[in-house]
Design a protein around this ligand. Structure first.
Ligand SMILES: *Cc1c(COP(=O)(O)O)cnc(C)c1O
Length: 381
């Protein structure tokens, strides 16, 4: 990621993220290893059922990554050549890339400056007669305004990869509204299987299509090597599913731990909001509940972000710019003619945001150390 020699890092550097893994993960993985049934085995449906029950969704399909899940969910929504799909430019690049996989055009709509999710008014303004779907992202675990987006009556695919544990103001958990909602299980996510993903779904027919396409286009009731549609190898392994089952058992605890670390940060950083112009993640509003994934702060506009990141590192604190605006990435500039000034709110936030260390096992004294370091680094504090 960068070329800084590792030897310059203090030994007690506080990492950005750290998974929680224990004896149950080890045991369940060993069971799968000893069973010899490493793929297309019984752990996959078991993990799917546990996950769907946790979310409160009727169905779930396990896949090899969040990106694979977004791709299959978009195909299931009927998105194809030349279609337009409206999404947020303030996201991980995968949420827009999957549209390009299907030769559809990503149409970005600017974000709300408080929630950092796509602004429903900007979405409404971007709809054309070629718009075939909406792909809202619940960024940093804050629920996107689905009740407003649903009014358009277009198919919706939710990027919920950062939003495990979040809840909408009108009741359902993120992932339980009946649209395809995609979760990711990379090692920094609220639940990890190393790599992996899950699509929660409202209807059995969509699950059937997705289960077929993740497995080379093979229908569940067909013999080996009979393929009735184009498919992919987006399968999760039983080893990953075993880790996932153990992670579900500790999920409520891990989510509560993240929420507690966030509360410590809010208290510790409050003086920097008043004295140094720091912006913290927005508080829950109107009944929406964040599922804590990262703790991202925005520096004041006059700060040199790279210098802040370097200074924090010298004090033993990892941090990183998070997230860069998708439309300003060179692939999107060249392929879609994107440029500065198109989505000013996103560009402003993306230029000033840094992720601080944030993980369930983080201690209050580690939060204090990060906060003291940030106070030292930010002038005016
Ligand atoms: C993590 C993430 C993904 C998917 O990532 P994978 O590495 O493919 O599992 C997609 N969108 C967002 C917003 C993410 O944070």
């Amino acid at each position: 990621m960068n070329n800084t020699p590792k030897t310059t890092a203090p030994v007690d550097e506080i990492p950005l993220a750290q998974p929680v893994l224990g004896a149950e993960e080890e045991e369940l993985v060993l069971e799968v290893l000893r069973s010899g049934h490493l793929s297309l085995g019984p752990r996959i449906p078991a993990f799917e059922e546990d996950f769907a029950a946790f979310i409160g969704a009727p169905h779930a399909s396990a896949v090899s990554s969040g990106t694979a899940g977004l791709h299959l969910a978009l195909r299931a929504a009927g998105v194809t050549d030349g279609d337009e799909v409206i999404t947020s430019p303030f996201s991980f690049v995968a949420s827009a890339n999957v549209m390009v996989y299907e030769r559809a055009t990503p149409v970005f709509a600017d974000i709300d400056p408080v929630t950092l999710n796509v602004d429903p008014d900007a979405v409404a303004a971007a709809i054309t007669d070629r718009t075939t779907a909406l792909l809202p992202v619940h960024i940093f675990g804050y629920p996107a305004d689905l009740p407003a987006l649903e009014r358009h009556g277009l198919p919706i695919v939710e990027d919920a990869c950062e939003a495990l544990g979040a809840r909408h103001r009108d009741g359902p958990a993120v992932g339980a509204r009946g649209h395809a909602a995609v979760f990711g299980f990379y090692a920094n996510k609220q639940l990890t299987t190393g790599e992996g993903g899950m699509i929660t779904l409202g209807d059995a027919a969509t699950k059937q299509r997705i289960d077929c396409e993740r497995n080379q286009g093979r229908a569940p009731d067909m013999g080996w090597l009979d393929h009735d549609r184009l498919g992919f190898n987006y399968r999760m392994t039983d080893l990953q599913a075993a880790i996932g089952i153990a992670q579900i058992h500790r999920l409520a605890g891990m989510l509560a731990d993240r929420a507690r670390v966030a509360r410590w940060y809010r208290e510790a950083l409050a003086p920097l909001v008043a004295e140094a112009g720091l912006t913290l993640p927005c508080e829950d509003r109107g009944g929406d509940e964040r599922g804590w994934f990262v703790f991202v702060v925005q520096l004041p506009r006059d700060q040199d972000r790279d210098a802040v990141i370097r200074a924090l590192r010298a004090l033993g604190v990892q941090s990183k710019p998070y997230l860069p605006a998708i439309h300003l990435m060179s692939f999107y500039r060249e392929r879609f003619g994107m440029r500065e000034g198109m989505f000013p709110v996103c560009e402003d936030v993306a230029a000033r945001s840094i992720a601080l260390p944030f993980f369930p096992a983080m201690t209050q004294s580690q939060v204090e150390r990060v906060s003291v370091a940030l106070a030292q680094v930010l002038p005016g504090a």
